[in-house]
Design a protein around this ligand. Structure first.
Ligand code: SF4
Length: 63
């Protein structure tokens, strides 16, 4: 079983953000900057990933 999951990644934050609804087992990934929105007055949003997801940028320490 792989131990590489977003929940173990250095840039994962363990809280349901980007929404007024509380979501379980999700959190923002801080690897990239926030994603711009179509409306100029809207703030950028951090990508939200599931705690069991994983991508090729997985790291246990921030460089
Ligand atoms: S999507 Fe990739 S970089 Fe982001 S938290 Fe998950 S493993 Fe880490």
């Amino acid at each position: 079983m792989s131990t590489q999951a977003c929940s173990m990644c250095a840039v994962f934050e363990d809280h349901g953000a980007n929404t007024e609804n509380m979501l379980e087992n999700v959190g923002p990934c801080r690897f990239n900057p926030p994603v711009s929105q179509l409306e100029a007055a809207s703030r950028g949003l951090w990508p939200v990933v599931k705690s069991k997801d994983r991508c090729g940028h997985f790291e246990t320490e921030v460089a």
